[in-house]
Design a protein around this ligand. Structure first.
Ligand code: 13P
Length: 246
């Protein structure tokens, strides 16, 4: 099953969000595609309701790890599951870099999401200077090791991983099939060696970073790429339809 996620980030007003969702609902989607929409928090409730009775799921773009309390401006896992959200993006590079989220916080969020039966979409990826200085795998390994610190071996398969090289996000420069394939295969080998040979489960790893209607098919043909996490090209129904039905 190819997992295709639309991360709208901080885009759309309500009328646009509803118009897109109605168009998505009436679209014919090829078999073997799992479609997930991640709208801004304020529209989650309406979009969940709009998509009731369909196979399309809804994801939050972030959450806090506590269930409730004095955390002004935060949203809890309890609140997300209460309105029917099934997935949550954790550790997006924009959260890491703009809002200074570190691996320790990310690990708490992953743990909390799993314990509430929310499926985390856990993002990792290196910056351009890290790639240029040959540190890609060092960075990926640290993000995995520290991010998964609180996660038990039997919980690893409950996470959807997403490799999003920071230099490819919103730049129009996607990773080449060689670059994406190398990192996806490395992550799978690392996780399988460290955890999954204990459980026999396998993990899904999405690719994100300048995915378009034009490059979706070739990215999906890479060994180790199980789906796509789409930003800019998920905002227009035409390009997102082509990506879903690549
Ligand atoms: P773009 O598709 O706009 O490069 O964004 C990727 C991304 O950050 C998805 O989470």
């Amino acid at each position: 099953m190819a997992v295709i996620v639309a991360n709208w980030k901080m885009n759309k007003v309500l009328s646009e969000a509803i118009e897109f969702t109605k168009a998505l609902k009436s679209m014919s989607i090829k078999n073997g595609r799992k479609v997930i929409i991640a709208p801004p928090f304020v529209y989650l409730n309406q979009i969940v309701n709009e998509l009731k009775g369909t196979e399309i799921s809804v994801s939050a773009q972030n959450m806090f790890y506590e269930d409730k309390g004095a955390y002004t401006g935060e949203i809890s896992p309890l609140q997300l599951i209460d309105i029917g959200v099934e997935y949550v993006i954790i550790g997006h590079s924009e959260r890491r870099n703009i809002f200074k989220e570190d691996d320790e916080l990310i690990s708490k969020k992953l743990k909390s999401a799993i314990s509430h039966n929310l499926t985390p979409i856990f993002c990792i990826g290196e910056k351009i200077e890290e790639r240029r200085s040959g540190k890609t795998f060092e960075i990926i390994k640290k993000q995995l090791t520290d991010g998964l610190k609180l996660i038990n071996a039997d919980e690893i398969y409950k996470i959807i991983f997403a490799y999003e090289p920071v230099w490819a996000i919103g730049t129009g420069v996607n990773a080449t099939p060689e670059q994406a394939g190398e990192v996806h295969q490395w992550i799978k080998a690392y996780l399988e060696k460290k955890y999954l040979n204990l459980t026999g489960e396998s993990v899904k790893i999405l690719y994100g970073g300048s995915v378009t209607a034009e490059n979706a098919k070739s990215l999906m043909s890479i060994d180790g790429v199980d789906g796509l996490l789409v930003g800019g090209a998920s905002l227009k129904i035409d390009s997102f339809e082509k990506i879903i039905n690549f």
